[in-house]
Design a binder for this molecule. Structure first.
Ligand SMILES: [Zn+2]
Length: 134
């Protein structure tokens, strides 16, 4: 991701040049400027917005895929499968929408309405939201 902090470069012993966030050219003018030109300012913001959109799209895709994998494996609302089964289908354990902790410290992770809990033996119980989440 981008940093919003300008890079400075020491070109002379007595002076630091501030570099444009977009093109890294020296910024001339007011000390609070972040870009060398209005072109660079809009190009940077346009690009950044696109990057964020792509990130959101990628994460949404993973979450939806996770949800679909659970829901297909769990048509009855509760079942137990191996973690390997989920991984084979392309399940990504790093992404989920929320966590539900039971009184006895069990942790269910959800992708929208479809959830699972991992057990130490390498299996997962798949559940559907209404039973476990307020
Ligand atoms: Zn620039």
């Amino acid at each position: 991701m981008y940093t919003l902090v300008n890079v400075y470069i020491r070109l002379y012993p007595y002076k630091m040049d501030k570099l444009c966030l977009n093109c890294s050219k020296t910024i001339i003018g007011r000390a609070d400027k972040k870009f060398c030109s209005s072109y660079c300012r809009s190009a940077f913001h346009y690009e950044q917005k696109g990057q964020q959109t792509n990130l959101v799209r990628r994460v949404n895709y993973i979450l939806k895929k996770n949800r679909d994998i659970i829901s297909k494996l769990n048509p009855k609302g509760k079942t137990r499968v191996s973690k390997t089964t989920l991984l084979t289908k392309g399940f990504n354990f790093n992404y989920f929408t929320n966590i539900y902790r039971t009184k006895n410290e069990h942790e269910y992770r959800f992708c929208y309405d479809q959830g699972y809990i991992e057990w130490e033996d390498g299996s997962c119980t798949l559940v559907v939201k209404q039973e476990y989440v307020e």
